[in-house]
Design a protein around this ligand. Structure first.
Ligand SMILES: [Zn+2]
Length: 137
């Protein structure tokens, strides 16, 4: 193994896997919550205030689920990157991502500079770290 990526270790992969597991179980919990919430409304006993609150709650939960799904996809990509030996390399500029950033966001695929630039370009789409799109080359 070349030592150009000293940061990439078994620990890093383990951390990603743990993060993957945690995100999966969060997702599962939210989906179950969503399913029971929908069931409650569908039973038809709730009055309109409850229904409105449920709908609001459901939309909120859905958006969290979406965020988590994006995160999960990003983690899976990061795991693939660890297998290819390119984990921790910015997908945009090819420079190593700072250890602090990887520590805080193990699933990130861009360095902080590129992330900032992407956020400036499309403020709404790139608010999460996982939104570099599907530019599989
Ligand atoms: Zn970069």
């Amino acid at each position: 193994m070349a030592d150009q990526l000293p940061k990439l270790s078994g620990d890093q992969a383990k951390k990603l896997q743990a993060e993957h597991q945690r995100t999966l179980s969060d997702l599962q919990g939210l989906r179950e919550y969503l399913a029971t919430g929908i069931g409650r409304v569908a039973e038809g006993s709730a009055d309109s205030v409850d229904v409105a609150a449920d709908i609001y709650e459901r939309e909120k939960t859905l958006s969290i689920i979406q965020t988590l799904e994006e995160k999960l996809a990003a983690i899976e990509r990061a795991l693939q990157a660890t297998e290819k030996g390119v984990y921790g390399i910015c997908e945009v500029c090819g420079q190593p991502i700072g250890p602090g950033r990887l520590e805080a966001m193990p699933h990130t695929r861009t360095c902080i500079k590129c992330q900032a630039r992407l956020e400036r370009l499309t403020p709404s789409r790139f608010s999460a770290s996982s939104s570099l799109g599907d530019e599989d080359s």
